[in-house]
Design a protein around this ligand. Structure first.
Ligand code: NAG
Ligand code: NAG
Ligand code: NAG
Ligand code: NAG
Ligand code: NAG
Ligand code: NAG
Length: 309
């Protein structure tokens, strides 16, 4: 294989006419090659077109980058090793068969990236992991030689205790993951992705989110009687806040308050709270808060009216 410095001998398509006039017959024009691909070892290969009727003496291979044609090769076989090109840069390869009458055939093109070599170190190095309440910020770098190969990154958020894994894909080299569950130990993994499918090894860091109060409970049921009222409350789930819940505090304005203890479970069932010693046909304002190891949730105020006796 030789690099072609001048193409003076070539007869381009525009000058057929003069040939045909001289010889009195049309020259044989080669058709385009098929199966033009790049393998993982940076070798561009192709197959002769099965329909080819001309005698092909060699192929011209143009190697174009986005700044224009960088190399031109004359190749007698059906492969060209381009391992010298920079890894992960994008190129367009144009293969043109040339007949033994020096007639240029049809062009076949392949646009592709130069593949990663097998010894590429695709490991991501975490350079910053910081925590602000229930937000975690992670920043990473990788070996300069391979950075441009990474199309994007996969950030894995793993809460092993409840077997919950979430993936976030990003083009950036940093991420802020907000609103993580209090009292939860997470493993955060970062993986670089190459050519959209190949994944490098995972780099993992672990962080525990500090205690945080429950979000306010949600009222899901009310039973009204003349002298009592039963309220059914849904608590924030264990998956989104693992800090142990111990009680609910109920305050009835201008009346009394009471603390109802709660036996916490990983499957948090709705809790039922009955307020008694009420007066029939009366309006009460009731504030309810949930208490966990971090303290009291915001109060949920509701107005209730006892039924008449
Ligand atoms: C093109 O590749 C396919 C699959 O590898 C193969 O079956 C076929 O014979 C090839 N075509 C030519 C013309 O060699
Ligand atoms: C090659 O010759 C065959 C037989 O004459 C013909 O069927 C075929 O179309 C020709 N191929 C091309 C590319 O012209
Ligand atoms: C691969 O890259 C990572 C991150 O830059 C580095 O920590 C590690 O030592 C490298 N491994 C090898 C075998 O070079
Ligand atoms: C509430 O009052 C009704 C009627 O007065 C009574 O039947 C019921 O047992 C009471 N419920 C509770 C939980 O005290
Ligand atoms: C209920 O809570 C609100 C604020 O959350 C407060 O302004 C109000 O005084 C409370 N009422 C009672 C009866 O505790
Ligand atoms: C609850 O009630 C008791 C006595 O009735 C009172 O001393 C206390 O301050 C009340 N707590 C709140 C938070 O309102």
């Amino acid at each position: 294989m030789i690099k072609v410095l001048g193409l003076f001998a070539l007869v381009s398509l525009t000058s057929w006419l003069s040939i045909s006039l001289v010889n009195g017959q049309l020259p044989c024009v080669p058709v385009g090659v098929v199966n033009l691909t790049m393998n993982l070892n940076s070798v561009v290969t192709w197959d002769p077109n099965p329909e080819e009727n001309c005698t092909v003496s060699y192929h011209l291979v143009y190697v174009d980058s986005d700044t224009g044609t960088e190399y031109i090769y004359a190749v007698s076989g059906t492969s060209l090793n381009v391992g010298f090109l920079p890894v992960c840069d994008s190129y367009v390869f144009r293969v043109i068969p040339i007949s033994n009458q020096n007639v240029e055939g049809e062009e076949t093109t392949l646009a592709t990236k130069i593949p990663l070599p097998e010894d590429a170190n695709l490991t991501v190095a975490l350079i910053m992991v910081s925590q602000d309440g229930d937000d975690v910020a992670i920043q990473w770098i990788m070996d300069d030689a391979w950075t441009k190969c990474a199309d994007r990154f996969r950030v894995i958020i793993n809460d092993a205790e409840i077997d919950h894994i979430q993936d976030i894909y990003t083009f950036d080299t940093s991420i802020v993951i907000p609103d993580l569950a209090p009292c939860t130990t997470y493993e955060f993994g970062v993986v670089a992705i190459y050519n959209w499918v190949i994944e490098g090894p995972v780099t993992v860091v672990s962080r525990t989110i500090p205690e945080g109060v429950q979000s306010p409970p949600t009222l899901i049921g009310v039973e009204l009687a003349p002298r009592n009222v039963t309220l059914l409350w849904l608590l924030q789930s264990y998956a989104s806040n693992k800090c142990p819940v111990s009680a609910a505090f109920v305050d009835i304005a201008n009346n009394y308050n009471t603390t109802v203890s709660i036996l916490d479970q990983t499957s948090r069932q709705p809790i039922s709270i009955t307020l008694s010693d009420l007066v029939p046909n009366s309006l009460y304002i009731v504030n309810t808060t949930v208490i966990n190891s971090a303290g009291s949730s915001r109060a949920v105020p509701i107005a209730i009216q006892t039924t008449s006796s």
